[in-house]
Design a protein around this ligand. Structure first.
Ligand SMILES: O=C(O)CCC(=O)C(=O)O
Ligand SMILES: [Fe+2]
Length: 286
């Protein structure tokens, strides 16, 4: 994005708060105005949407570090959903901040976001406000299609497609027991779905590991074997794309066709800051 478009978007955003953009109607109205007032933004967003559909991820450079600007741009992809974006309800833009403590600085292994939802969010936007000065905390991406090709075995791919994989649902604070500990709080889904050329994925290692451990949801040997093959494929060193998101870079990604994660963050990386939005498409999953 050019300096002048970035300045115009920052200016546009300075007169609006993210709280004013909670409804789809307000989001669309703001996007229409921004597109009208900033023709270069209009073109850039159209290009980014097209690139995202074909490449599954796109980085927009020189984006203003602003929550309203992020929400307005993400509206080009669909409805920016304030529900289920981090622990606080009604969060349009969630601040991803690496805390001093482990495990926050440990590697964040490959996952998709919103894995417990009936329809996980179609797209994510991650805007880097401040990277780790040490250059760690790098972003890793791998496509569901590449993982399926790595697994290669039709029987295993068929097994991964069964809606039988248990994802542990964390309990509300105050509820007794471990997540998924007694099998009562588990939701089951396919992990990898191959439909012609289109391969989609839903996976979160913490949730699946706890789900599989839960007594009431024992998987049979065939599905355990397929899950093992999936997890090994995620470790294949040549598959991931690894890069450092720099300040002002906005990563838009397809949350159903890519898994994402990040490498570990050393002590000097505390203060790394991303802003995150989650986007639903009108048909839920077009
Ligand atoms: O910290 C990162 O780079 C990724 C964070 C992440 O996975 C997320 O916010 O969904
Ligand atoms: Fe994530």
């Amino acid at each position: 994005m050019t300096d002048s478009a970035a300045a115009a978007l920052a200016d546009f955003s300075s007169t609006r708060q993210p709280e004013e953009l909670m409804t789809e109607q307000a989001q669309q109205a703001a996007l229409r105005r921004a597109r009208g007032e900033i023709p270069e933004l209009h073109r850039l967003l159209d290009e980014a949407v097209t690139a995202l559909r074909t490449s599954l991820a796109v980085v927009v450079e020189n984006f203003p570090p602003d929550a309203t600007a992020l929400a307005v741009a993400a509206t080009a992809l669909g409805r920016v959903d304030p529900s289920c974006n981090g622990p606080v309800p009604d969060t349009l833009v969630h601040d991803v901040v690496d805390s001093e403590a482990r495990p926050y600085r440990d590697p964040d292994p490959f996952h998709t976001d919103s894995p417990l939802q009936a329809e996980p969010h179609a797209y994510l936007g991650l805007l880097c406000v401040r990277p780790s000065p040490a250059g760690d905390g790098r972003t890793v991406l791998v496509s569901a299609a590449d993982v399926a090709a790595e697994i290669a075995d039709d029987g295993r791919l068929r097994a991964l497609q069964a809606p039988r994989y248990p994802f542990a649902v964390p309990r509300e604070p105050g509820e007794p027991g471990e997540p998924g500990g007694d099998g009562s709080s588990v939701t089951t889904h396919p992990i990898l779905t191959v439909s012609g050329e289109d391969v989609t994925v839903r996976y979160c290692p913490v949730r699946v590991t706890a789900g599989v451990r839960s007594a009431g949801h024992a998987l049979d040997a065939e599905h355990v074997d397929a899950l093992g093959a999936f997890e090994r494929a995620l470790e294949a060193p040549r598959l991931p794309t690894v890069f450092l998101l720099r300040a002002g870079e906005l990563l838009l990604l397809d949350n159903r066709r890519l898994l994402h994660g990040r490498t570990d963050v050393g002590p000097s990386g505390v203060g790394r800051h991303l802003m995150r939005v989650k986007v639903r498409t009108r048909t839920a999953d077009a």
